[in-house]
Design a protein around this ligand. Sequence first.
Ligand code: PAF
Length: 296
Amino acid sequence: MPAMQAEADAARAAGRRLALVPTLGALHAGHLALVREARERVGPDGHVTVSIFVNPTQFGPGEDFAAYPRTMDADLDLLAHLADPERGDAGVNVVFAPTPETMYPFGLPPYAMVSVRDLDRHLCGAHRPGHFAGVTTVVAKLFLACRPHLAVFGQKDAQQLAILRRMTDDLGFGIELVGHPIVREADGLALSSRNAYLSPEERAQAVVLSQALRAAEASVALGARDAAAIRGAMASQFATVPLARVQYIEIVDADTLQPVDTLSAESPSEGRYLAALAVHFGTTRLIDNTTLVVGK
Ligand code: PAF
């Protein structure tokens, strides 16, 4: 921690822009897109920190904390290749890979935690009690240690991003949160470190998540405004994928993350909704989402 902090402090004192990309490691092309976005935003002279930490406080009992892929050597290799000698930037300036003892010096559970009320009631929050308090706690600690000007997160974890935005604004961190669009395989499957767990049959059927989202978009484009009907269009995609077990299919207001019955332009988010789902294939849990927009 002190070395990362010292480098960040020195870069800030030198007037450079600081970006932080927090990750759990097991990096894939989606993460690299976040790092490139961070670099573009701070420029070649900016300072980009990538954190790699499998954060124990965001995994519940019975979740995959112990089994979560840890691929540090491969991760460091991927990040090293982001350096761009032509532009004259290092790609990543600092990789911060703390131990649990560094992040949680008083042991687990930590004495102090950060939580955001209400926004975790639905979607993943309803099925992963304590998960988002673990995420907000570790991200708050990373923000305090690095004090970046901006931080980049993937939109695949849309609920996480909405909760982190609320935390950042409510606690006055003064950090810009950048949401990077979901990066997908050619067939539409959103990139995820957990895709590595899928068998070939499961991998083939996992395309259903993005197909369900396309079905939601199509039904809104055809004029559907009834959330149950749109969820029904999503659910109907699962008829031909016997390995998939749906955990949830939900449509929520994009700002409040509360479920709605009817989509309308006069909503807290002015017509922006999140269609989101979580699906199990065996013990692997995948999530995906899209934003639905309805005009006046
Ligand atoms: O999205 C993730 O990878 C994690 O939840 C994060 C933001 C790195 C916090 O541990």
